[in-house]
Design a protein around this ligand. Structure first.
Ligand SMILES: [Zn+2]
Length: 128
């Protein structure tokens, strides 16, 4: 049993920032715009998007920041999710089956207490 279906409590949405000049969105939040260097305001990103690319981590990453689970290391998927806001966020993919991952699949990213995590978007969440 590698995964716990009861994911830890996380806030919905991602705390990012949006440039007041050119409207570029950034995550994590940054005081300065990554494109024009102008001032950016904090913005909550919806966190919904699609899988842009991914890979399977088959050996334990460097720790920290990686924290070894109590049951020991298990391979997991790591991907980039292209958010509705147009930026890509690296996240651990919380999926039941690594073989079921497809580029373009709808995902919802949530900020945890470490690397953001993405899980398949449930139909009720799409387009909301
Ligand atoms: Zn800007």
């Amino acid at each position: 049993m590698a995964t716990d279906p009861r994911s830890p409590a996380v806030a919905v949405g991602l705390q990012g920032s949006r440039c007041s000049g050119c409207a570029v969105t950034a995550y994590p939040a940054d005081d300065a715009c990554p494109r024009c260097g102008g001032p950016a305001d904090s913005a909550v990103l919806q966190g919904t998007g699609t899988l842009w690319t991914w890979t399977v981590q088959r050996y334990a990453p460097k720790s920290p920041p990686y924290r070894m689970p109590p049951d020991g290391f298990e391979p997991f998927a790591l991907g980039y999710v292209e958010l509705a806001e147009g930026l890509r966020v690296a996240a651990v993919l919380d999926v039941d089956d690594l073989d079921g991952i497809r580029i373009g699949m709808p995902l919802t990213v949530t900020a945890g207490d470490g690397v953001p995590r993405a899980r398949p978007t449930t139909p009720g969440e799409e387009g909301s």
